[in-house]
Structures are given as C-alpha cells and as structure tokens.
Design a protein around this ligand. Structure first.
Ligand code: UDP
Length: 244
C-alpha cells in the first residue's frame, strides 16, 4: 500500500527515481539474443525487462486457415509469473489477451503482410521483469525482432508511456508512478512515417494535457528510435554489443 505522505514528485521537480519529468529510464537494446528464433530482441528500460522472439513466415497449420493474399500475424504478450511483486497466475489473463491484440494491431500497421501470402508470422513478447511500460517496451522489442527476422516493414516501432502524476506530465512512467498517478497513456509510433500505431489512456487528461503528453511521448520515442537504429547498426556492422 502507498504510504500516506509518499511524494512521487519533489518540490524541486525530481521524480521518485531521481529523473527529470522528460527523462527516459536507462535504456538497453540488444538484437539477436536468442538462437532458436528467426529474429529476437531484448529491451531493458530501467527495471522493466522484455524479450521478443519471431518465428516465420512459415506454413499455416491447419492449411485452411491460411489467407490467400497476406500473412497472418499472431502475437502473444505474456508476463512470467516471477516478473511482478504478486506472483502472477500461470496461463493468459484477460489483460495479456488484450495486450496481445493491441500489440498485434500496432505491428500489422507497419509489416508488409501482403508479401507473404498463405503464411503465418508468430511474435512472442515475454516480460521477464515488470516495472511499468511493459506493453511499450514489448512493442519496441517486437519490431526489432521482426527486423532481425528479415520481415519487411514500413518502419520500426518505438513506444513509451507518458502520464500525469501529482499534476505533472511525466515521460516513461515506472510502476509506482503508473499505479498512483492520475493518468497513464501508452503511445507507439512509426517515427519515420510520423504515424501513431497505438494510443491508450487510463485516467483523465484535459485536451491541453493530451497535446503536451503527445509532445513529451514524441521526444521519448525519438530517443528510443535512435537507440533502436544504433542497435541494428551494431548488430550488422559486426561490432561487439556494448550498452547503449
Ligand atoms: N503489474 C503487476 N501485475 C500485473 C499487471 C501489471 O504488478 O498483473 C504492474 C507491472 O509493473 C506493470 C504495471 O503494473 O508494468 C503497469 O501495468 P499496465 O497494465 O499499465 O501495463 P504496462 O504499463 O506494463 O504496459
């Protein structure tokens, strides 16, 4: 339970984990981290740690489910039971089913599915440790795993949550800010296309706050996008992985 006088934002404008309002948590991105998949990526944003793995394009089973004009994109977002404070039950919760759907829809808006008719592409997002922003970190990781699998896309996806906490708009909420804040707004973009591929809002924001929140998210998303591109360059230029 939250302590009565726990302040999430100090009078000096510093957040509970020492960040400024418009600051991302330390971000680490690695591509090609799993041997058994066609593409994989790892994204760590502060204490949030997520793997994504991609299999395919491959033949659809049973065959009659195949689509004649495009690939089927399957997506599973899952939190390991040890990723959260209160051990999560095994199996898929309603929340995980919903997040699998919104992640799939966001990916569908950038992947050229029509290039692989009668096939399926499977995307797995596995949350190893959760501290807020798992759907957005998962989406970022999934787009990199698709890129490593060689699946053509209009753009990478970069995603982050912004929110309102104690009246302040903050970039990249951690768990405690998400839980006790007034609003939480995960946003994913295809930055080169300047297109929003996911936007959700829990809580309430005024029109002005929504506008400012979007600007704040864009700033974070551009930083994440640069790190994604650096990670891809590192991977394909043969330089050994270093923290970015
Ligand atoms: N969370 C949790 N148990 C759950 C689901 C979520 O402890 O069963 C925590 C976890 O830290 C997660 C945060 O609540 O990152 C915020 O969850 P939300 O549903 O807003 O999704 P997210 O921000 O992770 O995309």
């Amino acid at each position: 339970m939250r302590e009565q006088n726990l302040k999430l934002v100090s009078e000096e404008g510093i957040r509970i984990d020492g960040r400024r309002f418009d600051e991302l948590r330390p971000l680490k991105i690695e591509i090609g981290v799993l041997d058994k998949s066609d593409g994989s990526a790892y994204v760590e944003l502060g204490k949030t740690k997520v793997f994504a793995a991609v299999f395919g394009p491959k033949e659809v089973h049973p065959k009659h489910l195949a689509l004649p004009d495009r690939a089927i994109l399957n997506c599973r977002y899952h939190m390991t039971s040890f990723s959260v404070d209160e051990r999560k039950p095994l199996g898929m919760t309603r929340r995980e089913i919903e997040l699998s759907k919104v992640i799939r829809e966001a990916l569908e808006s950038v992947v050229f599915l029509e290039e692989f008719p009668r096939t399926s592409i499977d995307v797995y997002v596995e949350v190893i440790q959760a501290d807020g922003g798992t759907r957005t970190a998962g989406l970022t990781a999934a787009s990199l795993a698709l890129a490593e699998a060689g699946i053509p896309m209009a753009d990478l996806i970069a995603a982050v949550a912004v929110g309102k906490v104690e009246g302040h708009l903050l970039l990249d909420l951690c768990d405690i800010e998400d839980k006790y804040g007034e609003a939480d707004m995960p946003i994913a973009m295809a930055p080169r296309l300047n297109s929003i591929v996911l936007l959700q809002l829990n809580g309430r924001l005024t029109k002005e706050e929504l506008k400012k929140g979007l600007e704040l998210a864009k700033k974070g998303i551009n930083e994440i996008y640069q790190k994604e591109r650096e990670a891809l360059r590192r991977k394909y230029s043969g330089v050994s992985p270093v923290e970015v």
